[in-house]
Design a protein around this ligand. Structure first.
Ligand code: IMP
Ligand code: MG
Length: 193
């Protein structure tokens, strides 16, 4: 039995639904950016699987770039307004059409700081494409141009999103059963030599 099945409470978005929506977003982006040469900026690491699937559906010339940030959180799964760049872009974005590709927007703190920072580099345009939007958790308004799904306030994993760094490889979005997950973690500690 695969380990994650012990703490998967439900599959929130199955693979076929994800793939269908990602293709739709790609078509929309293709239309909107026709004749432009946008640069897609993926925030590591959660957005990687989404980016690589999405770009296969974008049929206008585009570049990809990666950026990594750490946020200083108030708790393990909370973020504050402070972010620090741990990996910066390899290219200038001045006068470019920039599209930030994110896995999930929760409080909005991370993305708000990233957008503030990117806008100081004066891109020609700056928009956001997020796969998931935990809308009810929003603390800071962030403009979202492309949105895959609005989801309830549950901790999710898979399709790029991690559960303590693991399970990003799963092809669907699953909900964590937090009690079961805690029990699983305790059983892991108990079985250490
Ligand atoms: P925010 O700054 O509160 O919007 O947090 C955004 C970041 O928190 C995302 O880029 C994710 O890395 C992480 N995150 C928020 N909710 C979840 C979740 O349900 N599962 C996995 N990661 C999450
Ligand atoms: Mg992330």
């Amino acid at each position: 039995m695969e380990e994650y099945l012990q703490f998967l409470s439900e599959i929130l978005i199955p693979e076929d639904q994800l793939q269908h929506r990602v293709a739709e977003l790609g078509e929309e982006i293709t239309k909107d950016y026709e004749g432009k040469h946008p640069v897609l900026i993926c925030i590591l690491r959660g957005g990687v699987m989404f980016l690589t699937d999405l770009m296969r559906h974008i049929h206008t010339p585009h570049a990809i770039e990666f950026m990594a940030v750490t946020s200083y959180g108030s708790g393990r799964r909370e973020t504050s307004g402070q972010v620090k760049i741990t990996l910066d872009l390899n290219t200038e974005i001045f006068d470019r059409d920039v599209l930030v590709v994110e896995d999930i927007i929760d409080s909005g703190n991370t993305l708000a700081s990233v957008l503030e920072l990117l806008s100081t580099r004066r891109p020609k345009s700056l928009y956001v494409c997020t796969l998931l939007d935990k809308a009810e958790r929003r603390e800071v308004e962030v403009p979202i141009r492309y949105r895959g799904f609005i989801i309830p306030n549950k901790f999710v994993f898979g399709y790029g999103l991690d559960l303590d760094d693991y399970y990003r490889n799963l092809p669907f979005i699953g909900v964590v059963d937090t009690d079961q997950y805690q029990a699983y973690q305790e059983s892991q500690i108990d079985s250490l030599p």
